[in-house]
Design a protein around this ligand. Structure first.
Ligand code: IFM
Length: 453
């Protein structure tokens, strides 16, 4: 084996509730912000929605059996908050709870470890109606919801992830407005970040105080921000992009401060800084058991006038791209892992998402030979191996995603799955990449010649 991983390295597959579950109104589930956002015509490509999605709600047994057959030991999924608290913070919907109980039981049947994300963007609409993440009360409501879930399933869940990708939730959802809840206010987005980070810290504190069993961490989407050229203005653009996307999250979590240069930049450009109360930064920077990193690409920043308040744009340079238009740059992953290792106190890391969307072709014999996805995954798994060799404390790697699913504003147009889902029949077909990944997992690594026969 050319790229052998340590015995206890965790291989997994990742999903999220709204993207796969469907059953949007079943068993007492309440409306969430993605239900509301998708049901407004024009918000999503082809006016798609997650009403049915992959129908995981009814097909979870089939899907978990497939994970088992592929030999994948970890399944990352998220809890739909509005299934548990449909109408308000007071009453738990036991039918919603029963669904997750069944999913966990099914995973236990095959000894697949559950990794649970507590927030993957689907806030209940009742909470959005009072301001959602822009309202400081969201910290308390989120903590109560998490306590309900952790109390119920503690000891049976390997890892808890408080929040997935706060950057996306804050800026796509509250500044660009292309994600739910569809707001367009930069200062509100910064306030959202702050409340999400406090909410994360509040759950970590609860977890420690109550001495729950298991591990707890957060997941950030991070990527290297390189200058598009050698020009000084592009170098500055890359620094601002890095501050905006990476350091604005890493610094508070690991150093207990927002980056000075970004505070200066924002205040210099008339952005209202988030309201930070005494004790918030200590809350945010409590120690976590792991940092989850979702890695997909590198971005190349260039100065762009008129783009308040960040004044940069990004390109993919001449790199090959995925169907989503994301540059394929695997060395960026090694570089990112090493940077975090060096600059943020050598935390334990997990690549909680990595994968690629490509337009898959179903051959006449029914097979899906997604060699480009295999190539992408292979490159990135090697990049992980390299980072471990260089000293990074990398404990696992999860592919995004198990299934072709609802890919947010692009509807069903971007397929990331190891398993194809027919949009008409919802039938599942394991792609070549799924079988290939199963072999990587069983061999605990890959060889340079690693090809599917
Ligand atoms: O589908 C998303 C996921 O929900 C969060 N991380 C990125 C994936 C691909 O866009």
């Amino acid at each position: 084996m050319d790229y052998q991983f340590k015995e206890d390295f965790q291989w997994g597959v990742a999903t999220a509730a709204y993207q796969i579950e469907g059953a949007w109104r079943e068993d007492g589930k309440g409306e969430n912000i993605w239900d509301r956002f998708c049901h407004i015509p024009g918000n999503i490509a082809e006016n798609a929605d997650g009403d049915v999605a992959c129908d995981f709600y009814h097909r979870y047994q089939e899907d978990i059996e497939m994970i088992h057959k592929l030999g994948i030991p970890v399944f990352r999924f998220s809890i739909g908050w509005a299934r548990i608290y449909p109408d308000g913070p007071d009453k738990v919907n036991e039918k919603g709870m029963a669904f997750y109980e069944k999913v966990i039981e099914e995973l236990e049947k095959y000894q697949i470890k559950p990794v649970i994300t507590l927030y993957h963007w689907d806030m209940p609409q009742w909470l959005q109606d009072i301001g959602g993440w822009t309202n400081r009360e969201s910290i308390r409501y989120f903590t109560e919801f998490c306590e309900t879930m952790i109390q119920r399933f503690e000891g049976r869940v390997d890892k808890w992830i408080t929040i997935n990708e706060p950057w996306v939730c804050a800026f796509n959802g509250h500044y660009w407005g292309d994600f739910a809840p569809g707001l367009r206010d930069f200062s509100a987005a910064l306030q959202t970040v702050h409340h999400m980070l406090c909410a994360h810290g509040s759950v970590v504190r609860l977890f420690r105080d109550k001495q729950y069993r298991g591990e707890i961490g957060i997941v950030l989407n991070l990527c290297p921000k390189d200058p598009a050229s050698e020009k000084e203005e592009d170098r500055e653009a890359a620094r601002i992009d890095d501050g905006f996307s990476n350091r604005w999250f890493l610094d508070p979590l690991f150093k207990g401060t927002y980056p000075e240069d970004m505070i200066e930049w924002y205040t210099g450009h008339q952005v209202v800084m988030p309201a930070v109360r005494e004790g918030d930064m200590e809350l945010i920077s409590q120690s976590i058991d792991f940092l989850g990193i979702n890695y997909y690409y590198v971005e190349f920043a260039k100065k762009c006038e008129g783009r308040w308040p960040l004044y940069f744009d990004t390109t993919t340079k001449d790199y090959p791209i995925t169907a989503y238009g994301w540059a394929i740059v695997e060395e960026g992953l090694t570089r990112l892992l090493m940077r975090i290792h060096r600059e943020y106190g050598q935390p334990r890391l997990i690549v909680t998402e990595n994968g690629a969307s490509f337009a898959d072709v179903i051959e006449e014999d029914g097979n899906i030979n997604d060699d480009r996805r295999i190539d992408y995954l292979k490159r990135h798994i090697k990049a992980c191996h390299k980072a471990i060799e260089q000293g990074a404390d990398l404990a696992g790697y999860y592919v995004w995603s198990l299934l072709d699913n609802f890919e947010w504003s692009t509807g069903y147009q971007n397929s990331f799955g190891l398993i194809h889902v027919d949009r008409r029949t919802l039938d599942r077909t394991v792609k070549k990449s799924g079988y290939w990944y199963g072999k990587v997992v069983s061999g605990n690594g890959l060889t340079d010649e690693d090809k599917m026969g």
